[in-house]
Design a binder for this molecule. Structure first.
Ligand SMILES: NC(=O)c1ccc[n+]([C@@H]2O[C@H](COP(=O)([O-])OP(=O)(O)OC[C@H]3O[C@@H](n4cnc5c(N)ncnc54)[C@H](OP(=O)(O)O)[C@@H]3O)[C@@H](O)[C@H]2O)c1
Length: 304
């Protein structure tokens, strides 16, 4: 706490989410944002030193190993970044009475359930990435300090590598495009994810005060995604419809395919839809539809 303001450390600040958190969180306190070059999660000892130096009241952990397919051949690296380092963060914050905000994934589930997943549904990851994210959740919970773990899904934005930007590039190059239609989820804009994090954090962290806030029974896992659901094919179709293109731009034909026709190293859940009822009841976060968020996000892109 500096001058009565809460000190918030954002990790992974060059990622999709971390980048957005840098603009949304200063309303709540003094933000220190570190990227991989200044805080590398594979160097656990440095992580401890940085935390002891900075003594943040809150850590919002947006750093993660997110290369889902690569994780199949680098499971140990994925574990170190997604499970071992978050455990260290949780331990340090428990020692100082701070709060850890962490993100997890729809990929902790196997997707066999026919209805949206609730927080207490049984996880059963299909991939090394999903397993590393589940291990991270469990490590934070086992430490037992104040924590908020937000499971989200299908994150995109106007920066870095994501499905939205990949599709926009492919639309320029291809006359037809096959897209998987048998996995459903809720595409979630990184900006909204950051804004919703701030909305929740604003209810937990006073701007002034004498100590990091006790979270009590509100510590735990929450699902935080856009509303509604679609398939990757549905997502691609919406991107194509919303694309602000030059009049002469080509319009490729999209074709739905099953995931069996597009094999990837990591298996993905067929159903990635997460119920946000707990978050709504606990913190009043209202989910805009995935489509309305996509429209808002794409309005920020320049025409191609
Ligand atoms: N993307 C999705 O579709 C998705 C879906 C569900 C859940 N999530 C979760 O949401 C959170 C945010 O994801 P995102 O989409 O913002 O991911 P992202 O864009 O890949 O950003 C991850 C950040 O973590 C950093 N990072 C990677 N390895 C690191 C290391 N060893 N030490 C320190 N930093 C490291 C990356 O650094 P560089 O900039 O150097 O690469 C990057 O800035 C993550 O917890 C992720 O698991 C994401």
């Amino acid at each position: 706490m500096t001058g009565g303001r809460v000190k918030i450390l954002v990790t992974g600040c060059m990622g999709q989410l971390g980048w957005e958190l840098r603009s949304t969180l200063p309303a709540l306190g003094d933000v220190v944002a570190l990227d991989r070059s200044t805080l590398d999660f594979t160097r656990t000892h440095e992580l401890m030193h940085v935390l002891r130096d900075l003594r943040p009241d809150v850590v919002v952990n947006a750093a993660a190993y997110t290369a889902v397919d690569k994780a199949e051949t680098q499971p140990e690296l994925a574990r170190r970044v997604n499970a071992v380092a978050p455990r260290v963060l949780a331990e340090e914050l428990q020692r100082t009475g701070g709060l850890l905000v962490h993100y997890s994934s729809d990929y902790v589930f196997d997707g066999a359930q026919q209805t949206p997943y609730a927080e207490d549904d049984e996880p059963a990851p299909l991939s090394a990435y999903g397993a590393s994210k589940l291990e991270g959740e469990r490590a934070i919970q086992a430490v037992g300090g104040a924590h908020l773990i937000f499971r989200t899904s299908w994150v995109y934005g106007v920066r870095r590598k994501n499905f939205l930007l990949t599709m926009l590039n492919l639309f320029e190059e291809r006359s037809e495009l096959k897209v998987v239609d048998d996995q459903v989820g809720a595409p979630t804009w990184s900006r909204w994810l950051a804004e919703s994090t701030a909305q929740v954090l604003g209810q937990c962290v006073p701007c002034t005060g004498s100590a990091a806030p006790p979270l009590g029974h509100r510590s735990g896992i929450y699902h935080l995604t856009a509303g509604g659901q679609t398939s990757w094919f549905g997502f691609a179709s919406a991107i194509l419809d919303l694309r602000r293109s030059e009049p002469e731009a080509k319009r490729p034909e999209l074709m739905p395919i099953p995931s069996s026709a597009y094999p990837l190293p990591a298996k993905r859940p067929a159903n990635s839809v997460l119920s946000n009822a707990k978050l709504r009841a606990s913190f009043g976060v209202v989910q805009p539809s995935w489509h309305s968020l996509l429209r808002r996000c794409m309005a920020e892109l320049t025409p191609r």
